[in-house]
Write a new protein. Sequence first.
Length: 507
Amino acid sequence: MNLQNRKLVQVGIYNGTHVIPNDRKIIWPGGETEKPRGYQMSTRLKIVTIHQEPFVYVKPTLSDGTCKEESTVNGDPVKKVICTGPNDTSPGSPRHTVPQCCYGFCIDLLIKLARTMNFTYEVHLVADGKFGTQERVNNSNKKEWNGMMGELLSGQADMIVAPLTINNERAQYIEFSKPFKYQGLTILVKKEIPRSTLDSFMQPFQSTLWLLVGLSVHVVAVMLYLLDRFSPFGRFKVNSEEEEEDALTLSSAMWFSWGVLLNSGIGEGAPRSFSARILGMVWAGFAMIIVASYTANLAAFLVLDRPEERITGINDPRVELSTMYRHMEKHNYESAAEAIQAVRDNKLHAFIWDSAVLEFEASQKCDLVTTGELFFRSGFGIGMRKDSPWKQNVSLSILKSHENGFMEDLDKTWVRYQECDSRSNAPATLTFENMAGVFMLVAGGIVAGIFLIFIEIAYKRHKDARRKQMQLAFAAVNVWRKNLQQYHPTDITGPLNLSDPSVSTVV
């Protein structure tokens, strides 16, 4: 019996000893009417992969040529396999194929597939270290695949188990499994560390605003002095020659105005009149708003990163320039690792690559960060030839691994392993560089105070010297008056009164 259109159809007879089928009536799997040819299915597969952390790590073998060293990643034991590949030598040196140890996300996936589908494997690293692109042969129109794609199509490998991006160009030549990890493209940039200067504490306000605040302090001080001076309820006694000891002088008004702005205690010199106190309250409200605004902006300028200084994503105007592609052609690198290091060394401003790889690098290297949303979303798949008998079973096994949470566990173990979480979540702390300008301001105040004290001392000495000169002059005048009295006693009588204004006129 044969199932056709959801009905059982007789396609043969049983004569009591064996079945005699009618091949012309049989509909074979896939809707084929011709009997499929038999084939032999090898269970020893040649696997090609590539060094791409965290999917494939490559380390030297132990001295005995094994990979039995016990290690863990994120608390889980690491499973390593022997993989042959070129040794890591400097450019231009001869490259030899040596056994090495491979482990990572893709290796754990390979071990799972081999156990589920009952096959064995031998792993080798791609010879040229490339994923696979089409290149012209000897400058002709003929193109051939290099990298892992070339090895798979040439028969050097039976399967690609690596972070190989699924795209239409590759899918025309090979068969991809269902994606074992969904991802896209993103942009990697270096973190912009806020740089502090000596005037960092003044950055929250523009210079114009600082000038207006300084001018307001002195204008308010003068107005307080005038209001308290001419108010009948002030401390000044207009009709009296005596002045109260605690009267609001211009110096006291200046001290009061600065004290309110800087939130320092005002022990003396507060205005007494109602009009001056109204102005004082308004000035206090103004000072509160200014200080609160300054404090909020100071935290942003000294601590917080300013993302507008770096590329914000694929829609950033600096990326959308028509000449950007030509500029990018001049800065290609042989591998993603070289490009990532170039970003860290400030040789590249940004690097566009697979999001899974770049997010992992950003989580491990705290001076890097991914920016913007994902674009060109795709996935990583296992590559096989078009005629591979394993393609359906591999896809089914991957789907089951997604369902039972195995892929999620691999993702947590290898890709989402964070090294920078504790640092990024920790409160940002200020350093001496952030507050160097404030210390310089204090140092400037000390120098200014020392300079002014010398001026005060010099002024006091000069004033004392003038007073002594005046006293000597008055003494000389008194002696002269006494001498004159001996000859003209009726013209000048009495001793010279130093406080008499006429004496100063005579002198």
